[in-house]
Design a protein around this ligand. Structure first.
Ligand SMILES: [Zn+2]
Length: 107
């Protein structure tokens, strides 16, 4: 976690985004972007042992549009926290016990 210029807490990884109820948005160089509800993304990463910090996490995503146009996996240029909104893509959530354990372990 870090503090922004205007004094707000800013998540630096997917787990922190989830604790703040933010979603994560990935943006491709082609302009395509996608939004994901972050609890589900965190759980997806955790089960695979992937690094969920925003920098390294980018290489786990690729753009659907570029994939179909160029037949290759293009990783997003940006991964950032955004306010959750209706319609954000939801992966399966962790069960409540696993989530609470994770939250407890960082306090
Ligand atoms: Zn793209």
């Amino acid at each position: 976690m870090r503090w922004s210029k205007d004094g707000l807490m800013e998540p630096t990884c997917i787990f922190e985004a989830a604790t703040l109820h933010h979603s994560v948005q990935v943006v491709c160089r082609c302009g395509h972007s996608a939004r994901f509800e972050s609890h589900g993304v965190w759980w997806h990463f955790t089960r695979r042992g992937w690094d969920d910090r925003f920098g390294p996490a980018r290489k786990r995503f690729w753009c659907r549009v570029c994939r179909s146009k160029e037949r290759k996996k293009v990783h997003p240029v940006k991964l950032e926290p955004v306010n959750w909104k209706e319609g954000d893509f939801e992966l399966p959530w962790p069960d409540e016990r696993r989530w609470k354990e994770a939250v407890r372990s960082v306090r």
